[in-house]
Design a protein around this ligand. Structure first.
Ligand code: BTN
Length: 237
């Protein structure tokens, strides 16, 4: 295990992508400020300096890398477990890997892979809103933080250790063959919800049936059941 910290960096994901060859499996890189933080779907990830947890974890174990989808859900689930330990009630996993509390986003996760001939590494980038209180909210997305929910500051260093430990422990368990599916679907935030979803270039109404065993999302759409993969959809609830 290796932990790195930079006071400021463009993006912790970008750094690990550029340096993965020289770094060991499970290297953890955190920062106080990203000036080019990356979000899913090409969006920018904004986070107030020194207020939140902003980090990436490098996964180089080939057995884990090919479990890309379960690794993604497991990362969100690990954050959910830590949030519960800190006294936050009912955090949910909004497929594929956001964490929501009270219908607002508290954590975003971006998995990126590097492949040449083969997949060489997977980077799990996590932004968890901790002590920030003012968010520049998008039209469709409401944000929250631990401070807004708990009405008090959280010590970032202690939280960082707790998150790293939980992630490392859960990944280790997954390597040993432990299956987290039942625990993960118990906190499926979208299950049973009606949503609008951008599929095949069109906005379509769907009903969410829930996260399936392969971590795709089972939905009911235009009279039939379909399984969606994370790359093909954006949600508006
Ligand atoms: C999303 O919800 O769009 C995903 C956000 C992921 C943000 C984290 S912050 C640490 C890591 N480095 C990045 O540039 N992005 C991820």
């Amino acid at each position: 295990m290796k932990k790195l910290f930079f006071e400021m960096i463009d993006s912790t994901n970008a750094y690990l992508i550029d340096h993965y060859k020289d770094l060991e499996d499970m290297t953890f890189l955190s920062t106080d400020y990203q000036y080019r933080g990356r979000g899913r779907m090409g969006r920018t990830w904004m986070s107030e300096k020194g207020k939140n947890l902003t980090f990436s974890l490098l996964v180089k174990d080939p057995d884990m890398m090919k479990e890309y989808r379960s690794l993604s859900a497991l990362s969100a689930f690990s954050i959910i477990e830590v949030l519960k330990d800190y006294g936050i009630a009912d955090p949910g996993l909004k497929w594929p890997n956001d964490v929501y509390v009270k219908d607002a986003k508290i954590c975003g996760i971006l998995l990126e892979g590097v492949s040449h001939e083969e997949l060489e590494c997977v980077i799990i980038g996590i932004g968890l809103n901790v002590n920030e209180e003012d968010f520049d909210e998008g039209f469709f997305q409401k944000a929250t933080s631990m401070k807004l929910l708990l009405k008090k500051e959280t010590n970032l260093e202690e939280l960082k250790d707790a998150v790293y430990q939980r992630l490392a422990e859960n990944i280790e368990k997954m390597k040993r063959g432990e299956d987290f599916y039942e625990e993960i679907i118990a906190c499926d935030y979208l299950k049973g919800k009606r949503a609008y979803c951008h599929i095949d270039g069109e906005e379509k109404p769907i009903e969410v049936l829930g996260i399936d065993h392969d971590y795709s999302l089972k939905v009911f759409c235009e009279g039939e059941q379909r399984n969606l993969s994370s790359s093909e959809v954006t949600f508006h609830i």
